[in-house]
Design a protein around this ligand. Sequence first.
Ligand code: ASP
Length: 337
Amino acid sequence: MKKRVCILYTGGTIGMVPTEHGFAPKKAYFSTLLDEIYQLKDPDMPLWDIVEFDPLLDSANVAYEQWVSIGRAIKERYDYYDGFVILHGTDTMSYTASALSFMLEGLAKPVVLTGAQIPLCQLRSDGRDNLINSMVIASEGVVNEVCLYFAGKLLRGNRSTKTSADELMAFTSPNFPALANVGIDIKYNHHVLNQIPKSNKFKLVEFKQTPIGVLKIFPGIQFELFEQIISEKLKGVVLETFGDGNIPNNESSLVNSIQRVSAKGSVIAVCSQCYQGTTKLGTYATSNDLKSFGAVGCMDMTTEAAIAKLYYLFSMDYDIETIKNLMGKNLRGELSE
Ligand code: ASP
């Protein structure tokens, strides 16, 4: 029987047109572009339908509400399709991929996010190849997880990060191998794929609005200016620290702020600014305070995944100790324990 793929078109460069204010999505236009791609009518293509979101967004405007809308769109159609392709802007695609990886619990079908660096309406668009390969991957059913396809690589969604504003390969997965390399053949790395959940039935965990902050540490940071930001109003704070989790400890105000909000119940999640590698709190004296105040090391998680995971754990209404504990545990392949 022919496989069925559902395309969820949320916006992004792939369907944008030039306007006097710069590139922007255009309502009811994308389908006319698809009509011109003859490969989409090829007998080897799966059957497909497209759902256009309203409003179409530049992904800079995507927030947790859109993650929930995408999750609901998948849930409503889950039994009818063999796989899903989400067309999305590249700017926040890794955030959405990370969020969906946590929201779609017990997922047993491919959900592939893709898009383009050059709009489909332009001569050298990369959108056509990204779309076609994503649709084939979504129909093949080899992966059972949320992934991101771009320029010949299939990446685990919650391991991906946008690393180029102008290359056609806009994404990398610094701490995890590609799920598949797409050349003449699609070569899956079977040994790294998430397994089909055995008992866990598919279910959507809808995220709730959650006050989360991200603070990137830099040399000479004037901590006193950030005291208002790092407050207990934030349920979760992702700290982007130096190296394997280090912050300056020769000046007390950040350390004090962190201790104060941590004691009041905020979760301090420690990521690294390094492109590659893992946090190891306590290796240096400069990360020891964080460790003793109960901050959690996010190991080799991306900042995108750490933010999404905080949304998920708070939306599950777990208590703080459980959230801290689960931040350091592998739930969806987002970190290497
Ligand atoms: N600003 C665009 C977006 O994220 C960029 C893109 O899609 O490549 O929607």
